[in-house]
Design a protein around this ligand. Structure first.
Ligand code: ZN
Length: 198
C-alpha cells in the first residue's frame, strides 16, 4: 500500500500482476510513468488501448493477431507442407526471430498436465489433427520445451497423428557456444543419443 490517490493505487495493483513485476517494481514503474507522462505514459496508454480492442487469436493456428487469420497463415509462401507445433506464442516468436523455418505454426497454448488437469481438448490438439488432414501436411515438427510435460505432450501428439504425416522433433543437446563441463547429465545423454555423422 502507498498513500497515493485511488487511481494510482489501482494502476500499481494491476501492474503488480504482470509477470516479473511484484508490488515494489510496480510502484517504481508507475512513478516512472507518471514522471514521463508526455513521452511514455500517454503513448503507452494509447498503445495498450489499441491492442486491447484489436488483439485476438488466429482461428487457424492460435498465433496472436489483429485479424481473423494471422499473416503467416494467409501467406501462400508459408504453405510448405510443414507445421511447427509450439507451446506458446512466445515460442513462435522465438522461432521467427531465428528466421530459418519457412512453414506454418500450430500454437497449443500449453502442455498436457495431469497435475493442472490440462487435457488434449484444452490444447488445440484435436484442431491440429484436423489441420494436418485438411492442409495435406507432409511433416509436423514438434518444437516443445524439453520439460517432462513438454515431452509427454510431444509423445501424445505423435501418437494422435500416427501415420498421417511424418512427425519429427527438435534435436536436444549441446547449445551453440556451450561447454560440456557445464552441462547437466540429462543434456549430455540427450546430446549423445542425438549424435550425427560428420
Ligand atoms: Zn495463424
Amino acid at each position: 500500500m502507498t498513500d497515493a490517490p485511488r487511481e494510482i493505487e489501482e494502476l500499481i495493483d494491476l501492474m503488480a500482476k504482470l509477470p516479473g513485476l511484484g508490488p515494489r517494481s510496480a510502484r517504481r514503474a508507475v512513478l516512472y510513468l507518471i514522471r514521463k507522462r508526455g513521452i511514455l505514459l500517454h503513448p503507452l496508454a494509447d498503445a495498450m488501448h489499441a491492442v486491447a480492442v484489436s488483439a485476438r487469436e488466429c482461428v487457424s493456428c492460435g498465433n496472436v493477431t489483429t485479424s481473423e487469420v494471422c499473416d503467416i497463415c494467409t501467406s501462400e509462401k508459408r504453405a510448405t507442407g510443414e507445421l511447427c507445433v509450439v507451446e506458446d506464442v512466445a515460442d513462435l516468436w522465438a522461432m521467427e526471430r531465428a528466421g530459418v523455418f519457412k512453414g506454418r505454426y500450430h500454437v497449443l497454448g500449453g502442455t498436457l498436465s495431469a497435475l493442472d488437469a490440462v487435457g488434449p481438448e484444452e490444447l488445440r490438439i484435436p484442431k491440429l489433427v484436423a489441420r494436418v488432414e485438411a492442409e495435406a501436411t507432409r511433416e509436423v515438427i514438434l518444437a516443445l520445451n524439453a520439460t517432462v510435460d513438454g515431452q509427454t505432450t510431444a509423445h501424445y501428439i505423435a501418437e494422435e497423428l500416427g501415420g498421417r504425416c511424418e512427425v519429427t522433433s527438435l534435436a536436444q543437446g549441446v547449445p551453440i557456444g556451450g561447454e560440456l563441463d557445464y552441462l547437466d547429465d540429462g543434456t549430455i545423454s540427450a546430446a549423445l543419443r542425438a549424435r550425427k555423422a560428420l
